[in-house]
Write a protein that binds this ligand. Structure first.
Ligand SMILES: [Zn+2]
Length: 444
């Protein structure tokens, strides 16, 4: 194309976008810089032939539900793709830290979302909708680079039908399309939203879509992982997954769509008498209990000596668990680096819990947050799409390795300094020639 023609087309496009003429061309061009403005809702031309990735999270879907509950749509994905027998969460095996680890490829002590609810003593502020409504929408809490930002910064349109962090403007950016969880749309509506996005014209069609479905977690908490109510919840989300699969199959671009199904953590049953009231264990003066349950994060005023004293008193009184100074937490849990974690952390043995007496469960139920190495805390991972092996099973994956895999599928540059391992998931689940030959998303 001759330069003059190209300039005319560019001017015309910019004029259409801004509603004004030539004088604003320069500022509009600057505004279109992907690193500061995202995609602006339009895929840059080099992305338009790339694949599409739909990432779906089923909160609290324990790995073994797939073995013992009849779920035909999940079976359909297993037949057409790869299943990992377990997806290993990060510590703590809770919803917010794990969704954000999947999105960023980082452990919780590096991406900043150290618990569902936490306290930052430097800011003297707390995160978590249970304690400060709206705090999850404040982008300054989030570190690392979630996958939708990686896409948007490089000029690729992204969409989030919920994900931890997706309602916040992080580094000044959001996905082009995003939704407010407060509006609580049904799962059917969420699936239809995703399908509508996939029907948009190519320049506006998001190449990355996230979808969050919470129903299985709720049933697991109320009734415990072995309950028939969990089976019903799994079968209900299975029907929604079927709707999504049918919708994707009928798309003209169906052979360019990757579907990646995950969960954030598993679930373990507890019964009465397995909850320790923290008031019975130590004197809480000068101690702020930021989060409790399978683990508890304590902020202690009075300096390191006082923190050591709190740890020692706890360990004298505590059965079925252990208190650590933050620096002493076992290295394999990757839960030391961030002061938001607290000065003293209590880690309980499964299925015991610790926390304020007022939060003692009234009866048996299910919970999660315990050691990610425990099989009951394992989540699911299934993937299908061009080049992914069909009907194959692998043993396990860590959820920090998902971000680099998605980056590779989409042919994007990874955010630097992640904890996940580039190439690992690809080597495990994709056809050999795809791994060694031309990369899937024609990466640069
Ligand atoms: Zn939960």
């Amino acid at each position: 194309m001759r330069p003059v023609v190209r300039l005319l087309i560019l001017t015309a496009l910019l004029g259409e976008a801004t509603g004004v003429g030539a004088p604003v061309v320069l500022s509009a061009l600057q505004a279109a810089q992907p690193s500061t403005q995202g995609s602006g809702g339009v895929n840059t031309p080099q992305h338009r032939e790339k694949p599409y990735v739909v990432l779906v999270s089923f909160d609290g879907f324990r790995a073994d539900y797939l073995d013992r509950i009849d779920a035909p749509s999940f079976r359909r994905v297993m037949r057409q793709g790869v299943r990992a027998e377990r997806l290993i969460p990060v510590f703590p095996s809770k919803t917010f830290p794990n969704h954000y680890s999947i999105a960023t490829g980082m452990f919780a002590d590096r991406h900043g979302i150290v618990a569902n609810t936490f306290y930052d003593s430097q800011r003297d502020a707390a995160y978590g909708n249970a304690v400060v409504p709206g705090s999850v929408e404040d982008g300054t809490w989030y570190r690392g680079e979630p996958i939708w930002l990686t896409a948007e910064k490089q000029g690729m349109v992204a969409a989030t039908c919920f994900w931890v962090g997706s309602e916040a403007e992080i580094q000044g950016l959001r996905a082009t399309y995003w939704k407010k969880l407060r509006e609580q749309p049904s799962v059917e509506t969420r699936v239809d939203t995703v399908l509508q996005w996939l029907h948009l014209p190519a320049e506006k069609r998001p190449h990355l879509i996230t979808l969050y479905i919470g129903d299985v977690d709720g049933a697991g908490h109320r009734f415990g992982p072995e309950a028939p109510e969990v089976q019903s919840a799994v079968q209900a989300v299975d029907r929604s997954l079927g709707r999504l699969l049918d919708g994707i199959e009928s798309l003209p671009i169906h052979d360019r769509v990757y579907l990646v199904l995950v969960s954030d953590h598993g679930m373990a049953a507890y019964t009465t008498g397995q909850y320790m009231a923290i008031e019975d264990l130590i004197d809480l003066r000068g101690v702020r209990v930021a989060d409790a349950g399978p683990n508890a994060n304590l902020h202690v005023t009075g300096g390191p000596a006082r923190a050591r004293a709190v740890r020692d008193s706890l360990n004298r009184a505590l059965r079925h668990g252990r208190a650590y100074l933050r620096a002493e937490i076992p290295a394999r849990l990757h839960y030391r680096a961030d002061p938001r974690i607290g000065d003293v952390v209590i880690i309980m043995d499964e299925p015991y819990q610790v926390g304020p007496a007022a939060r003692t469960p009234s009866g048996p139920g299910g919970s999660h947050g315990w050691d990610p190495a425990s099989s009951s805390m394992s989540g699911i991972f299934l993937a299908m799409g061009p080049g992914i092996r069909r009907g194959s099973t692998i043993r396990q994956l860590e959820n920090i390795d998902i971000y680099p895999f998605l980056v590779e599928l989409l042919g994007l540059r990874s955010s630097p300094g992640i904890d996940g391992h580039p190439g690992l998931v690809r080597r495990l689940i994709m056809d050999q020639q795809r791994v060694e030959g031309v990369p899937v998303g024609s990466q640069r």
